[in-house]
Design a protein around this ligand. Sequence first.
Ligand code: FAD
Length: 393
Amino acid sequence: QDTIAIVGAGQAGAQVAQSLRQNGHEGPIRMIGDEPHPPYQRPPLSKKFLSGEIGSEALWLRPPAFYETQRIAVQPGTRVEAIDRDARSLVCAGGERIGYDRLVLATGTRARAIALAGADLAGVVTLRRITDVEHIRAALGVHNRLAVIGAGYIGLEVAAVARAMGKAVTVIEAQDRVMKRVVSPVVSAYYEALHRANGVDLRLSTGVEAIEGGERVEGVRLAGGAVVPADLVLVAVGAEPNDELATACGLETDNGILVDGGGQTSDETIFAAGDCTRFFSARYGRSVRLESVQNAIDQAKVVAQTMTGQEVDYDPLPWFWSDQYHVKLQIAGLSEGYDDTVTVGAPAEDKFYVAYLQRGRLIAVDSINAPRSHMVARKVIGEAWRADLLPPA
Ligand code: FAD
């Protein structure tokens, strides 16, 4: 059978490899990743791994022996720099060439950089990888003042862990509420109160002008001139897809590698899965690029199915979670485009959910410490709701 190469040894790459074997692919599988570790899960990076509650082995998706017994050749520490589609080979940093018959791109995303003076000072960090967290943990071991730029999931999760360590934490957000892109005002307000009650200095509607310092970062200069003193600055302003390899070899990309419902790119021998992809969702009536474990796993399974001759049309009900302090947020569905919300339960009791409606139909539910409502929502929305089933207005 043919040789399948996988670029990116993360959540999606590892799942494609495993599912290919499960589905009966007997030929060689080679997985090439640029990190020094075996494939691992990222969610704990900003939660229990940052706090030190768990070590790095607890992050591994599978013990290294698994890949051996499954005859999956994992090649860590190797960056793929180009795809030669004519020769069907990968060009690695250092010049090594790796041939393939069929290829899977599972290159994920990277933390978005911020274009600010001082962004390259020592002590200004982003969080995507184990090595980033090791760096942040070491800095928090000796420094006490953390400034976080960006009040999305990762910024807020890190703020919560740093407060539990007793650090002084300032979170600076340009928007007028936290997690604005993904949750409704009632959920934002709940999280703003939660962080403030835990001692976070939360600055909303606040722009950043520069990051200041000498040899090392000393503070964040806000629009208007005030300076937030800090000896560690986390820039957490979102992620960008690693789709340059695909673009450079002529595959169709558009803020993500474009794939069809089977995970195939515009080249029938090349597939893609996970954070780096964009696909059309009939359910939502638009193309989406999802950054979640759910999508990485489910789309990877779809790619493995397609590559082993099954017909699939991927159109998931996305779900996601975030842990901050004692509070678990679980999101079912994408709420973008909602025109009404219903809040059930009591934010003051730290247990409630918000249902998002569009033209009277349930499209998403955010559950706060309400896991049962989350599970029910996933089932109900998953089965019942698709944009293409809606009647015309
Ligand atoms: P990744 O897991 O990022 O794997 C891609 C791999 O490809 C990386 O190792 C990358 O270095 C490698 N790579 C890229 N380019 C190349 C190249 N040219 N050559 C070789 N290797 C390459 N999701 C949730 O659902 N819930 C959460 O609570 C949650 N928390 C998160 C917290 C943090 C701090 C982060 C960073 C992410 C979190 N996520 C969470 C998102 C989730 O981790 C991602 O959606 C998931 O990892 C995507 O899997 P992936 O395989 O597409 O990408």
